[in-house]
Design a protein around this ligand. Sequence first.
Ligand SMILES: *[C@@H]1O[C@H](CO)[C@@H](O)[C@H](O)[C@H]1NC(C)=O
Length: 381
Amino acid sequence: MKVDALFSLALAGFCALAAAQPHGKHAHAHGRHARVLKERDMVTEVTTVWTTIESTPASTPTYSPQEVKNLGNNIPKPSVSPTPSSAPKKDNKKDDKKKDTSDSDTSNSNSGVDSNSNTGREFKDGVIPCSKFPSDYGAVPLPWHTKDGWSGIQYNGGNLDNEGVCKEGALCSYACPPGFSKGQWPAEQPASGESHGGLLCKNGFLTLTRSDSKYLCEAGASGITVKNELSDMVAVCRTDYPGSENMVVPLQCDPGTEKVLTTPDADSPGAYTWKGGSTSAQYYVNNAGVSVKDGCLWGKEGGEVGNWAPYIFGSGKKGGKIWISVSKNPNNKKPANYNVSIVGGVSSKKCECIMGDCQGGDAGCTVAVAPGEHATFRLWK
Ligand SMILES: *[C@@H]1O[C@H](CO)[C@@H](O)[C@H](O)[C@H]1NC(C)=O
């Protein structure tokens, strides 16, 4: 049932990147075997960006979201803030990659799902058993999603999320803390357009899949935040990509906080590309009051969480600029219970969504953010 929907961007004359766009109506429940190619243009003050969204069916899933939910209910009740298995702040080598986010104005607190102190540790390739989730190397476990905390488990073209364990031959994917993106995926990707990502379970041990990175999580560009001015928390859920595209990678935005929104840097050498095009991060943004556990998952058709959440945010850096977008999720026509305004950056008009109605209609709006500048997704009533 799962549908992979990716985008690649080709800008007339010059390659630029707009933030990821919605999966569209065909996502998830519909279009199981559909292969849809959509194009739409988004006009910003600086340029017109052509966004190509291609959806390809993932291989036959072995579970329904409901089953995953049930599985989640069977495991010991996860605390909303899983504790990383190692003590914070020790052995925290400062590598270059870490630098990008460490100077961000909202720093991690080293506790809970939103933070992590181990991202700067080189992974011990082929040493950690597949049964051990690699929290010690920056990955963030999602105990409400799979038994061992993996964000997605791809196996021989199928997936093993319902089993929840990383077994021989599987690609086992993981969430990273805010500001960081998963840095592991195989160079060789399926011709179908589906994406693969994560660590490979080989001879019983977790092995790196990307030769040019020894880290599990890598820092993106800094400068983008989500500021929650509401009285309830908002679950911002990134798709696990490249990989399962499960919308399970959480950013928990508590009332009154401003959190870093991860912005992958498509300008960095070795950044993940899809069919030659740059890629960015896509976020499903739930109604206020929905927890990360209840909101960062595959929702049910007609529902309002996960891939049915009211808003979609996108973020990515390309051509020296950061491109961020907000749009209404075409899956969910109901108004959201809060408004979103992008503050900062450059756009031809105000970029905001009032009661779920976004500038730019279905395509939403995109804002360009120059190097060193700051822009915020402001969530307000
Ligand atoms: C959003 O903004 C509009 C216009 O300012 C306002 O009327 C509305 O109450 C706000 N709140 C929600 C929940 O949309």
